[in-house]
Design a protein around this ligand. Sequence first.
Ligand code: NAD
Length: 490
Amino acid sequence: MATAAKIEPKPGKLFIGGKWLDAASGKTYPTVNPATGETLTQIADADANDADAAVGAARRAFESGPWAEMSASDRGRILWKIGDLVDKYNEELGTLETLDNGKPIFESCQVDIPMVAEVFRYYAGWATKIHGETVPVRGPFLHYTLREPIGVVAAIVPWNFPLLLASWKVAPALAAGNTVVLKPAPWTSLTALRLGEICQEAGLPDGALNIVTGASDELGRALVRHPGVSKIAFTGSTMTGQEIARVSADSLKHVTLELGGKSPNIVLADADLDGAARGATIGIFYGKGEVCAAGSRLFVERKIHDDFMQKLVDRTKKVQPGDPLDPKTKFGALVSEAQMNKVLGYIEKGKAEGAKLVAGGARAQFGNGKGYFVQPTVFDDVKNDMTIAREEIFGPVLATIAFDDVEEAIREANKNPYGLAAAVWTRDIAKAHRVAHRLQAGTVWINTYNNYDPAAAFGGYKMSGYGRELSMHALESYTQVKSVWVNLKD
Ligand code: NAD
């Protein structure tokens, strides 16, 4: 990664109808490196006028021109090429992601960006496999269905996996023939903008993908309200998801929501304790804990509690914050000062409510001292109704809760409004499946944590949202079914 530090982010413009534009207002805002607190570059600060221009360009591209007329196999070829170009620019994209988000470069270059490429190639393969069916209806009729794109998709994404979560929406939307207006999170727009250039290089027709950036949440609101948008594909907090569901009800837009989580990670007494301790640390500290599916509630069977906690704390102490651009670093900076302060606030709350702090618990000093680093933090003796066990912290803070039997673990695990992910650790495979079936979560991992694949569906139960990302299931939400009747009578 010797050249990583040499990659200089350029000023961000809006990508509308194949052109790179300033915001109509001329305004820009700074994007900051969370590891140093320093400004990286200026980004175009779009408002409702720019959103309107982007939706207009997307609508024109959807209704006429090369994208609207393109065969499925040509769409697939372009998507495949985007995937290959993402691989080609891995180091540049990974470095931009790390500079903008604070995540370690090993995560960006070895996990996020390779999966972005895989997601584009996965959906490239699907482009030619989206089709309707003939249906045996009563009477002298031929009945068939067409599976058609919906129209303009507003893809609104958060800051924790900026390019990865954008790819989860852009790739299936384009594979199905939609056009897209992508809105990255205010703090992390750089890789989305680079994706725009990559799409141009791959030959994606103008207007098929448009990208608008802005400092204010009003930009997302403008897209949600816009009559030219047919579908909103949103990933972010549950509160924003609820607002989107309410506002979009007026125009009955299609909506899929990938929201927050407070995922339980259950360690039974018969588990491989070293493996489970490793899984628990990866579950909460990967991505600095700024992961929707983070295993932030750790349920440990009381019989093995003391042994297990020793292993966990030993491992946690080895997870040290470091320079995110150093390939050896496994733990980076939180995304912003506001996020750091929110996480530190939860740590104080945990202490005040009587949880026992056994690792971390403070801001970590590193580098120039201005970065937003927080120590990997573990609380023990947590009660499931304490604030740190109920609310999504979205940071490196683990709440450990002891339990006496598996029924209690399942009951307490499910006693939370979220239902994004869960895990269970045991050597008893029948018990593992029984627990998995009863956990109210869109993803359950058995003896592992944080696995993702373009072919594996991902999404929430309960307040973690609706709709699925990835896999063939995501495609369903980017298409609509048309029923066609043909009279066969003479
Ligand atoms: P957020 O809801 O504040 O913002 C997400 C995106 O929505 C941003 O682009 C933001 O600008 C935009 N936005 C904000 N208010 C809006 C509004 N009223 N209308 C339209 N758009 C609006 O969330 P965040 O803080 O960026 O991200 C963290 C949250 O995302 C966490 O709750 C996390 O669990 C969730 N998340 C979920 C998943 C998942 O797949 N389920 C994945 C990653 C993150």
